[in-house]
Design a protein around this ligand. Structure first.
Ligand SMILES: *Cc1c(COP(=O)(O)O)cnc(C)c1O
Length: 482
């Protein structure tokens, strides 16, 4: 039993200290290495050929394999010049909390223990942070994909006679919901998984600022009602994934109330802009939502994974998810006390102690500290946007509402879609910076999302220098870099 020798405490302790020290060094020096590097084929092949061990493998050997074959080939989101997609940078506090949580090995599906109270506290804090009443319910989940899914199920069960759908299914009902064309793909996926079908998610056109067009929304709902459909939900996004735009949340809140629709906000990353004094007004109206989905693993920098769904009105979430099962019966005292349990608020029964790392990061930063992270990211994005607007060979492709800048290199006589797609790959493979791409109004864009708390204006300068150099190499033309 080389791998799990119980008498091996001394050796385990020594190794544990080494791992901790080396991971501290690795994080502390993360900016001096490449953002990302492709995995050599031999390393990839090693994973494909590694056999399931019959006998336990010593931890020292596993750790050696980790340092050689895993550690150097991560996605790079801890690095200040990772700007792809929307990825948080992580924190040491969060890492240590993960270790403590794993040490405790708690299951937070329910029952009567302190970790459950920690998650309740974190949910209450999140309600406060978002301007929801303290009686709001919620649960920590993998990410906003799951959080949006839970909210959409809850919304459908909150429709008139909706709870009956738990037993009967849709039973001929034609429920439809609305989200802007810019909504994240997980909203349509949630409609799919909920059995509503992706066609039941109506996609509302957007205006020039990439926000939901309210006039179009009104017209679509009228049309659907006239055709015998049953509108039940409107989803606004606080921080769309392409450009960071924010739907007109105040208008949506008023409209949803007038029309008797559930108002859900996908605030995956943007919801936390509420903590920045400079940006909170952009989210006005979000606090009136019936439910909000958000991630702690993006702007809050909690290590993956940590998402959260919050439902304003107590009882709605349990009405959608709670079950009565004999072996899960609740008692007034003992280990089976303390209902309602988190398993009553979503599809998961066994659940890990995500709440500890969320607690340590929220408390570690404080709301002011997190607000500064948000403000700083947005300021860095604004700096990038200013540079883009100044440099003659760059063109901005969308307004900058928060922390995302979409732009492209413009060089005469080049296919710009191909050029910009290739330039992003060049940058990623250089290890210097890692933006990603998107397509806006048919144009291929370089997309830089500033999420990492370590990113500064100096990183933008390095990104732009590397981009100019890559453009010159690829096109053979000299750019006017004034
Ligand atoms: C990231 C994101 C999601 C999906 O969240 P996950 O945590 O990746 O599941 C949904 N909506 C928006 C706006 C996002 O940015």
């Amino acid at each position: 039993m080389a791998g799990f020798d119980p008498d091996n405490w001394k050796e385990l302790r020594r190794l544990g200290h080494t791992m901790l020290d080396e991971m501290f060094d690795n994080i502390q020096n993360v900016a001096s290495g490449p953002v990302w590097q492709p995995m050599p084929e031999s390393v990839r092949q090693g994973f494909k050929e590694e056999l399931l061990p019959k006998q336990g493998v010593a931890l020292s050997q596993l750790y050696q394999q980790f340092t050689q074959t895993v550690l150097p080939y991560g996605v790079g989101n801890r690095h200040p010049r990772f700007m792809g997609w929307v990825h948080g940078g992580g924190t040491v506090q969060g890492m240590l909390a993960e270790m403590l949580a794993a040490g405790l090995n708690a299951n937070l599906g329910g029952r009567n223990h302190a970790p459950v109270e920690v998650e309740r506290m974190v949910i209450r804090w999140t309600a406060t942070l978002l301007g929801f009443p303290e009686t709001a319910t919620g649960v920590l989940v993998t990410g906003s994909s799951m959080a949006n899914f839970i909210a959409i199920i809850t919304a459908s069960r909150a429709a008139p006679d909706g709870v009956q759908m738990r037993a009967n299914g849709l039973n001929g009902r034609k429920l439809v919901g609305y989200a802007a064309q810019t909504a994240h793909g997980c909203i349509a996926r949630a409609f799919d998984m909920a059995g509503l079908g992706t066609d039941a998610l109506r996609r509302v056109p957007i205006n020039a600022a990439f926000q939901m067009d309210m006039t179009a929304l009104r017209a679509m709902i009228m049309q659907d009602r006239a055709a015998g459909y049953e509108p039940f939900l409107v989803v606004g996004t606080a921080g769309t994934v392409d450009t960071g735009s924010i739907d007109p949340l105040s208008d949506l809140a008023i409209f949803a109330r007038q029309e008797g629709l559930w108002f859900h906000v996908d605030g995956a990353f943007g919801a936390l802009a509420r903590l920045s004094p400079h940006y909170q007004s952009a989210l006005d109206g979000m606090e009136q939502a019936d439910s909000i989905a958000l991630d702690f693993h993006k702007w809050a920098q909690t290590p993956y994974d940590a998402g959260c769904v919050l439902v304003r009105e107590e009882g709605k979430q349990a009405a959608a998810f709670a079950q009565t099962l004999a072996y899960l019966s609740r008692e007034d005292r003992g280990l089976a006390a303390g209902a309602p349990w988190f398993c009553d608020l979503g599809p998961d029964l066994s659940r890990g102690f995500r709440a500890l790392k969320v607690w340590f990061t929220l408390a570690g930063f404080g709301t002011e500290g997190l607000g500064q992270v948000v403000t700083n990211s947005c300021n860095v994005a604004r700096y990038l946007a200013d540079q883009v607007d100044t440099l003659p060979y760059l063109e901005r492709l969308a307004p900058v509402a928060l922390n995302i800048v979409c732009f492209r290199v413009v060089v005469e006589d080049e296919n710009l879609d191909t050029l910009n797609t290739e330039l992003v790959k060049d940058l990623q493979e250089s290890g210097i910076a890692a933006p990603s791409t998107t397509t806006l109004h048919g144009k291929r864009a370089i997309r830089a999302a500033i999420v990492n708390h370590r990113t500064t204006e100096a990183d933008i300068d390095i990104l732009l220098d590397a981009l100019a150099a890559a453009t010159e190499t690829r096109t053979g033309k000299t750019l006017n870099r004034e």
